[in-house]
Design a protein around this ligand. Structure first.
Ligand code: NZQ
Ligand code: ZN
Length: 388
């Protein structure tokens, strides 16, 4: 086990009827609150009214930034950072999914930066400070409610870049599974694929086993495999929504890493696809992940994939590792494309070879991703071909 730092400073209010704590929690950070949200789902569900009522009850001054897009744009970050500076905002309240929360993180950092906030995504400027962030999560997927990262899209440069800093970790997150009852079957499936990918990016590793964390990750995957279809069939099933919500946070809050050296592979690749085609992140991951596993499968990686197959999908332990590994990948594909009903190929999304070379080069930043298998541009292009 390598040395590591474990620090998850987000205070979580989990479950129903916790919103009464929102006003006092916001007030800890100041009086002037900027409420950020997406395209209107929180108004349709009534959550907006409940949140605003709590803010008013606490006597806080409310400002709003609506309209944050899925795959949030740098234009919204710029607008929000400006607003924070102009109105001397004390605390940010993000109500929504990962896009709203990610955008809010860069707004919070942008409030302390004099230049273009896009510099904070590209790394041209260092993230140093961030306004305190409180979140009310409405979609179980990204884990942004309990991590330090965010991903921003620049349509002009056709880039989608992830960056992060511990100062961006939300101070408080309200995780009420009932706020996800209205998430569509499609977004539920994409969210499940995202949670699985966060887990598999870490799990697919050839460093010596960390049994505690390997078992945890296998159970996390089993939990998502069990409950995502239930949530699709019965959107108001509390147990299903609650399990997905807590899985979302724990897949990416740092716990599962346990000092493993890791280089995520499917995520940088998917971000290039959604930068060009603006597809839903989880859908891109569902299409890429089984192909990436298949590409990575060799004598060195087979034992790990075979363990995954056995412990997650109950594949026969007597099978040869490479046979078991293939069967595990087949069952994962069946979960994404048959059980959850996601589209199974780039072709089905209208994506062809046009940008493969460009996307592959950018995904590995002109070099190599040193993940489960080393991936250079040619390797990523091969994986893209497998996705057609
Ligand atoms: O915009 P509104 O109207 O709110 O509608 C959203 C949006 O259309 C809707 N939605 C959210 N909650 C709902 C709901 N509809 C009905 N009822 C509800 N309760 O769902 C749509 C998608 O929302 P979005 O926030 O875009 O989804 P998600 O949470 O999957 O976030 C995706 C973004 O997060 C990034 C992705 O790249 C993508 O840009 N990621 C962030 C990460 C992080 N911070 O650590 C890691 C991830 O790997 C990921 O890259
Ligand atoms: Zn993700």
């Amino acid at each position: 086990m390598n040395p590591f730092l474990y620090s998850i400073p987000t205070k979580v209010y989990f479950g129903e009827n916790q919103l009464g704590h929102l006003g006092p929690e916001l007030a800890r950070f100041g009086q002037r609150v900027l409420l950020t949200y997406g395209g209107g789902s929180i108004k349709a569900t009534g959550l907006y009214d409940r949140v605003v009522a709590e803010i008013r009850k606490a006597g806080l001054v409310l400002f709003e930034l609506p309209g944050i897009e899925p795959n949030p744009r740098v234009t919204s970050v710029r607008q929000g950072a400006e607003l924070c500076k102009r109105e001397k905002i004390d605390v940010l309240l993000a109500v929504g999914g990962g896009s709203t929360i990610d955008c809010t993180k860069f707004i919070g950092a942008g409030a302390f930066y004099d230049g273009d906030p896009w510099d904070l995504s590209t790394g041209a400027a260092k993230i140093a400070q961030c306004l305190p962030i409180v979140t009310v999560l409405t979609l179980s997927a990204t884990g942004s409610e309990m991590d330090s990262g965010g991903v921003i899209t620049n349509l002009e440069t056709r880039e989608k870049l992830g960056n992060g800093h511990p100062v961006m970790v939300p101070k408080v997150s309200f995780l009420d599974p009932t706020n996800t009852y209205t998430v569509s079957a499609y977004q539920t499936a994409c969210g499940a694929a995202d949670i699985l990918s966060h887990t598999l990016e870490v799990y697919c590793n050839t460093e010596p086993d960390l049994e505690l964390l390997d078992g945890f990750m296998e159970h996390l995957v089993r939990t998502v495999v069990q409950f995502a279809p239930v949530a699709q069939r019965e959107p108001t099933n509390y147990e299903a929504r609650a399990n997905l919500m807590w899985a979302s946070s724990w897949a990416i809050n740092g716990f599962v890493v346990g000092g493993r050296r890791q280089a995520w592979s499917c995520h940088p690749i998917e971000h290039e696809v959604s930068a060009i085609y603006d597809i839903t992140h989880g859908l891109g991951l569902a299409i890429l992940t089984p192909r990436w596993m298949e590409y990575c499968l060799d004598a060195r990686t087979a034992p790990r994939l075979a363990r995954f197959a056995r412990n997650v999908f109950g594949v026969d332990p007597a099978l040869d590792p490479s046979v078991a590994a293939r069967e595990g990948i087949r069952r994962l594909s069946a979960f994404y494309f048959e059980t959850l009903g996601l589209k199974s190929s780039f072709t089905a999304l209208g994506i062809d070879r046009t940008h493969f070379a460009h996307m592959a080069r950018k995904a590995c930043e002109g070099g190599t991703i040193h993940g489960f298998q080393p991936l250079d541009q040619k390797a990523v292009e091969t994986i893209f071909e497998m996705c057609l």
